[in-house]
Design a protein around this ligand. Structure first.
Ligand code: GTP
Ligand code: MG
Length: 242
């Protein structure tokens, strides 16, 4: 299985080298595609500076900051075209421990279509997050599960692995969300497409370096889209078209 991590970055210069080295330290046979939005702090150059030494690392340079959803759409399109078998998504701010990658690959190898690194299953959790972030994430996930009738416990975790065929079949490039709602959009499409989704516990660490790109706008977008999708699903069920 050829595997690749798609890694959106914006101003992660302080994290990128440590991240890439820690991926290599796991010994997992996985490439990395950094999808950088012309970070003013030089993240892309910092990645290129260690790429030769570490191997299997490339950078997709985008021209301006255009959001997490858009970065993933471009990154996924590239790696699906390149013919990878497994596509992993991760944050570059060291919140996601690369040591979980081998377990995700094992689960995909065992037959599941997608694996979600979940904060909300037994053994998972968040450390150092302030109360308001915990509440937002917990409440947001509970609302998403109920509105979209999903059985996944952590719909907004960005730490995932997808079997390439499953990802290709849900057409990620036709998604619309800009922020982390993109992640929910993919879970909804996987679920509706009848794909198997496993959750494996992760302990999410708050970033120590660099700035969060989370904004009120992104939270509102997520609530609005989840509500809209939920209403559309109910209408479809009522009219017997879904
Ligand atoms: N290419 C690209 N990457 C982005 C963009 N916004 C965020 N990212 C990256 O996406 C990942 C997640 O972003 P974070 O800022 O950590 O957002 P978050 O994890 O939802 O929020 P925090 O928990 O507060 O850090 C990080 O690797 C960011 O650098 C963007 O517009 N373009
Ligand atoms: Mg983060």
């Amino acid at each position: 299985m050829r595997s690749v991590i798609v890694l959106p970055t914006y101003n992660e210069r302080e994290n990128i080298e440590v991240f890439l080295r820690s991926v290599r330290d796991t010994g997992a046979p996985v490439d990395v595609l950094v999808v950088d939005d012309a970070s003013p702090d030089g993240t892309a150059d910092a990645a290129r500076a260690v790429a030769g030494e570490l191997g299997g690392i490339s950078v997709l340079d985008r021209t301006a900051k255009d959001g997490l959803g858009s970065a993933y759409r471009d990154g996924f399109e590239r790696v699906l075209t390149d013919g990878y078998d497994v596509i992993i998504s991760m944050d570059a701010d060291l919140s996601h421990d690369p040591a979980v990658v081998p377990e995700m690959l094992r689960l995909i190898d065992g037959g599941v279509d997608a694996v979600i690194g979940s904060r909300y299953v037994c053994g998972g959790g968040t450390t150092d997050w302030p109360a308001h972030r915990r509440l937002l994430s917990r409440w947001g996930n509970a609302y998403t599960r109920a509105a979209l009738r999903l059985s996944v416990n952590d719909c907004t975790s960005g730490y995932r692995a997808y079997r390439a065929d499953a990802l290709r079949s849900i057409e990620p490039t036709s998604t619309q969300a800009e922020g982390y709602a993109f992640l929910t959009e993919l879970v909804r499409r996987l679920d509706r497409g009848g794909h198997t989704i496993a959750e494996t516990p992760i302990v999410f660490r708050d970033r120590e370096r660099g700035k969060s790109k989370m904004s009120g706008r992104i939270v509102v977008e997520s609530m609005w889209l989840v509500t809209r999708w939920g209403v559309a699903d109910r209408l479809r069920r009522l009219t017997g078209r879904g």
